[in-house]
Ligand binder design. Sequence first.
Ligand code: ADP
Ligand code: MG
Length: 355
Amino acid sequence: MGKITVGVLFGGQSSEHKVSLKSAHTIITNLDREKYEPILIGIAEDGKWKLYDGPLEAIPQDTWEQSDCTPIVLLPDPSQHGLLKTVGGMSEKIHLDVVFPVLHGKNGEDGKIQSLLELAGIPYVGCGVLSSAMCMDKDVSHRVVKEAGIRVPESIALTGAISEEQLAKGMTGFNYPVFVKPVSGGSSYGVTKVEEESKLMAAIREAQKYDMKIGIEEGIDGCEVGCSILGHGDDLTVGEVDQIVVTNGYFHIHQDMFKKTGLENASIHVPAQLPQVVQEKIKDTAKAIFRALCCTGIARVDLFLTPDNEVVFNEVNTMPGFTSYSRYPRMMEAAGISVTEITDHAIQLALENAN
Ligand SMILES: Nc1ncnc2c1ncn2[C@@H]1O[C@H](COP(=O)(O)OP(=O)(O)O)[C@@H](O)[C@H]1O
Ligand SMILES: [Mg+2]
């Protein structure tokens, strides 16, 4: 039997474009080449699709667009099942068995690319359209998770031009600090911890650079913990729980400034330095959230743990980072699961679910 062709999508029209380049490099270099043949598809920041055939190091270095690229389109007709490349008036079809959309944030993790692949009839790794869209919107995902009986931070969501009056009314009953964030953000872009009312409007303006829908949440006291989940339905594998210890401010991965660790003000313990019973509670809550939000394949569930060990939902990343300092692969590795095994399992699930 021939190898399974895996279209690896990277880059994308998103503020997390560069993070995706690094994640994709990890996925591509860890794919089991005995079984899978990667077809590299870069999406430029302006949205152009390019078939990439150059050195792999140029992807994380963000120089891949300088050479070895051919314009490409995805065919929406499901009977075609792939891409169309046109060079010098000659067209060539490239069949894709499955797609791995290694895209973070807007246009990649929010259900749009998933919809396109559904139309094209091509199986893809990770969460589906509904799940991706729900998880991308922190307001919607919080409502769904709350409905499942899990605590979420008190919050309000505001859209459009936000007036002082509207804000004052919405903030009744909130204590400071609060967190102001773009509802569909990622990698901490546009998130501000606000300690006093006078700083609120500036934080909203900052968040509005990323999204027109703004969330204001009660600040949860405690530490941050996470779970990496792989699987579907009742068959879920959970990595070791991790724990973020923030030394000042709040957790903020600066991909560009801190190249090696991505961390400025925090350290991450994997496994978490927490009693076993608390770790089990965290894992069970994360699995319940994964199911409530209809996730499948891969997702990282981020939570807060209060000083009295209450688990509070923060967010789900449906295509978590796979950079050298990313949490998802580190948590899995601590549980003895390699990136090669993660990709293999996730691709097989995508193929099974499509049948
Ligand atoms: N309600 C909250 N209470 C306490 N800390 C928060 C809250 N919301 C966000 N934070 C802090 O801000 C960081 C980024 O916020 P998050 O909602 O996870 O955005 P992103 O999707 O950009 O990662 C979190 O990791 C956490 O440190
Ligand atoms: Mg986060």
